[in-house]
Design a protein around this ligand. Structure first.
Ligand SMILES: Cc1cc2nc3c(=O)[nH]c(=O)nc-3n(C[C@H](O)[C@H](O)[C@H](O)COP(=O)(O)OP(=O)(O)OC[C@H]3O[C@@H](n4cnc5c(N)ncnc54)[C@H](O)[C@@H]3O)c2cc1C
Length: 323
């Protein structure tokens, strides 16, 4: 049976790759995401301080690289080189923020933002997608029953693997058991003067494993010196349930010791990525039941980089389109 309609749950890179591939093949695609915009972990946090300074931080993925032609074409079309990453060839970023890349990829797609999908139900030969308004992970549980969309001929679930499990048929969900993903605490900090440090740091010891002068990325318009620092998986796990303010203070102290002191702090916040970087991937491009026309994709299928998410989403679309 020809695939005419599909729902894609999740508008991170995997969901966008899947949705674009399906749409290019003539399928009517509806995309749902619990966030306010497309992007997932390709994110930019905009902040206005009390002193009305406008700041921006790429607090998720820092830079993007491509080994294959598919994601290489995406970067060539929608990203710009960032030469400050001196230890990796061909590093790219979205501009004026990382989130510009997923925004460009989502253009022209039918995207329902602020919609948390809570169930995917088989109805006849198709699938009903049940969703609530808002981000239910962050917001309160709703009293009303969920809305329903569909039925769709196919469903692609492109969310982190723990969030995919309850939406998938049991036979597919059980195959996710070996996958593991590390969390990451991120520091978002702005200063009144430049730090005495190069644009990127990759320390080998201590809490912080990566720090970057975000305001030096191409096209940034931040009105102060902005830095993002990422804690390593061990440190993050040890401090996972601490309050963000406490984590921000600890990571600021760590950054101070790396930079030999800090200028006056204008802004400091911490963001916890519960599912940040894949440690053990599934080892297959995607998970799919081609008879039922349901499947899952994400970086967790192939590895820890954004390109893995893109390749996985595209592979799921191809599997669903196969006759
Ligand atoms: C701190 C950090 C640093 C990183 N650094 C790099 C880097 O430098 N280079 C690199 O290549 N990669 C990096 N990565 C990894 C990269 O960001 C990811 O591999 C990639 O963005 C994953 O894309 P995805 O589509 O698989 O998942 P996500 O981006 O997580 O997208 C999943 C989407 O699903 C949505 N969602 C989840 N559950 C539901 C639901 N029930 N209903 C509706 N929507 C839902 C979410 O809102 C989200 O938008 C980093 C990641 C983090 C967190």
């Amino acid at each position: 049976m020809t695939l005419r309609t599909a729902a894609v749950i999740g508008a991170g890179l995997a969901g966008l790759a899947c949705a674009r591939t399906l749409a290019d093949a003539g399928v009517a695609v509806s995309v749902f995401d619990k966030g306010r915009a497309a992007g997932g972990r390709l994110a930019t946090r905009r902040v206005e301080t009390e002193a009305r300074l406008r700041l921006g931080f790429d607090h998720g993925a820092q830079y993007l690289t491509a080994k294959g032609a598919g994601f290489g074409a995406v970067l060539a079309a929608h990203a710009v080189p960032w030469p400050s990453v001196t230890d990796r060839a061909g590093a790219f970023v979205g501009s004026p923020g990382m989130s510009a890349l997923p925004r460009a990829l989502a253009a022209g797609l039918s995207l329902s933002p602020s919609r948390t999908v809570v169930a995917v139900d088989r109805v006849g030969e198709g699938w009903l997608v049940r969703h609530h308004e808002g981000d239910l992970v962050r917001g309160p549980a709703p009293a009303a029953p969920p809305d329903a969309a569909g039925p769709f001929d196919a469903v692609a679930i492109a969310v982190p693997h723990p969030q995919a499990m309850p939406l998938l048929p049991v036979a597919l969900a059980t195959r996710l058991a070996p996958v593991t993903v590390a969390p990451c605490w991120a520091l978002l900090a702005a200063f009144a003067a430049p730090l005495a440090a190069p644009d990127t740091l990759r320390p080998e010891a201590g809490a912080i494993v990566w720090a970057a002068r975000d305001s030096a990325k191409p096209g940034r318009t931040a009105e102060a010196e902005c830095w993002v620092a990422h804690a390593g998986p061990g440190w993050t796990r040890e401090h996972l349930e601490r309050k963000p303010d406490e984590v921000a203070a600890l990571l600021l102290a760590s950054l101070a010791s790396l930079a030999g002191g800090l200028p006056p702090v204008l802004h400091a916040a911490a963001h916890r990525w519960r599912y940040a970087l894949v440690e053990v991937p599934l080892g297959e491009p995607c998970l799919v039941d081609t008879a039922l026309r349901i499947g899952a994709a994400g970086d967790w299928c192939l590895g820890s980089r954004a390109e893995h998410a893109w390749d996985s989403g595209a592979a799921l679309a191809e599997a669903l389109l196969a006759p």
